[in-house]
Design a protein around this ligand. Sequence first.
Ligand code: SF4
Ligand code: SF4
Length: 216
Amino acid sequence: MAIATGPFQYLEDKTFSFACHAGLACFNECCRDLKLVLTPYDILRLKKHLGLSSLDFLDRYVDIETGAHNNFPGVFLKMNEEEGRPCPFVTPAGCRVYPDRPGACRTYPIGRGSSKTQGQPATREIFFTVREDHCRGFAEPRSWSVDTWMADQGLVPYNYFNDLWMEIITHKGSLGPETTWTNSVSLFRKPASWSVSRSRPPWKNKFGRTTKPCCV
Ligand code: SF4
Ligand code: SF4
């Protein structure tokens, strides 16, 4: 059951009804005029999907803004300039990077608040729905739990890597005592930031179990 607080409704029992498909009048309405934050893992997946280098992807598809969060820049998917500011990846048939769409697109219509600090063994999570007026998906009868939604949307590796990133950006000493906005951007642009081990996906446990494969 959701507890209502405006468009954001806390998911007390972590269940909700929702479906998104091309038959809805709102199809593609949500893929424009967004302030869509990208994480390093989002960018890794997208640049591989598009066959671009990390730097070419950043130059073509990303806006970087200075922010007030521990000297880290805000990294956002750049919307097209045309009327309505559509996402560069939306087409009449839907998302053209769907298998590697960003974590925020996968997570909607729920939101996940998480915190993970160094030394904290587990990530703390809260969940809520984001009920935007134009979205007809909430009227659909299919019901979900948070866990079934996360699995269906392929969010296991996204949450794993994004939580590691959060651990870095919320640890004030992570860039050393001379932290500046400039070297924060450098961290984002370093090839090492895009390296993911191929030996064993780290979200698999030592018995090799996992809920979703990943393309890294
Ligand atoms: S990346 Fe895909 S799902 Fe996300 S806003 Fe763009 S078109 Fe929509
Ligand atoms: S149902 Fe919601 S998420 Fe799906 S296309 Fe419509 S507005 Fe977007």
